[in-house]
Write a protein that binds this ligand. Structure first.
Ligand SMILES: C[S@@+](CC[C@H](N)C(=O)[O-])C[C@H]1O[C@@H](n2cnc3c(N)ncnc32)[C@H](O)[C@@H]1O
Length: 248
């Protein structure tokens, strides 16, 4: 099943209509960077916004936000527009974002890159349309590059005991490959920060791994003059192998 169809299943729509609209719904790792990067007047793009819960979460943390949410599922966007008419919502794929370079101060994306093997395309687009921050989560593990395991991993969407089910990829990415990819974004980032923790894999997932590192990554955009990235991955429980020529 294509991802758009998977996330348009009634149980998924219903889950994201009822949950993830309040600050108290944030996962612990999501509470670290988000309050720090918001500021009055900030222009935010939320990629994979479902029915708009993060608009409410962000405006609770910072009332003066200019928010745009995008998602590939039309039903979710319709619900978001009805619930939050003061925000902007568009049916758009995060792989081809229809905004100019540097339009947003913050591009935010949670629980999306974990379900698509096409994370590089989405990261590149998010970085392009940002003028300052990109904040996104990924599942990371060391030394899994080239094993192609994500093609075999699946996650069954089945919320709160409801019958409707759909299956999406369960993507675990190689930690060093992801950090190397981010350090080589163009222009080179000014800073790359991370936080996260190991978490048991859900029993709804079919994957070779028993634990994965749930990681929030905050990239601060650089300029053509940026040659080295300030790296702060101390809060991630992984030892990264990073090219020393790229970081300060
Ligand atoms: C698991 S939900 C996450 C919702 C919300 N971001 C959160 O963290 O609670 C994933 C959402 O991302 C959307 N999505 C998946 N792939 C996408 C893509 N390539 N572009 C835009 N939205 C996408 C799905 O339709 C779904 O609504």
């Amino acid at each position: 099943m294509e991802p758009a169809n998977a996330w348009s299943q009634p149980s998924a729509i219903d889950f994201y209509y009822k949950h993830r609209h309040e600050v108290s719904d944030l996962y612990p790792s999501e509470r670290v960077f988000l309050p720090r990067v918001l500021f009055p007047g900030i222009k935010v793009l939320d990629v994979g916004c479902a029915s708009g819960g993060f608009f409410n979460i962000m405006r609770t943390l910072e009332p003066a936000i200019d928010y745009t949410g995008i998602d590939i599922v039309e039903t979710a966007i319709d619900l978001a527009r009805q619930r939050y008419p003061e925000a902007r919502f568009e049916v758009t794929d995060g792989e081809v974002i229809p905004f100019d370079d540097g339009t947003f101060d913050l591009v935010h994306c949670t629980s999306v890159l974990n379900n698509t093997p096409r994370y590089p395309e989405i990261w590149k687009e998010m970085y392009r349309v940002s003028n300052r921050f990109v904040l996104a989560d990924m599942r990371l593990l060391k030394d899994i590059g080239g094993r192609g395991s994500e093609q075999d991993s699946r996650y069954t969407i089945q919320f709160e005991g409801q019958d409707q089910e759909a299956v999406v990829p369960y993507v675990v990415s190689d930690a060093d490959e992801v950090i190397s990819f981010l350090l080589n974004l163009n222009p080179r980032p000014q800073a790359l920060r991370g936080t996260g923790y190991f978490h048991e894999v859900s029993e709804l997932a079919i994957t070779p791994y028993s634990q994965v590192c749930m990681s929030l990554l905050l990239v601060e955009k650089g300029s053509s003059a940026t040659s080295r990235t300030k790296l702060d991955l101390q809060d991630l429980p992984l030892d990264f192998a990073v090219d020393p020529a790229l970081v300060q």
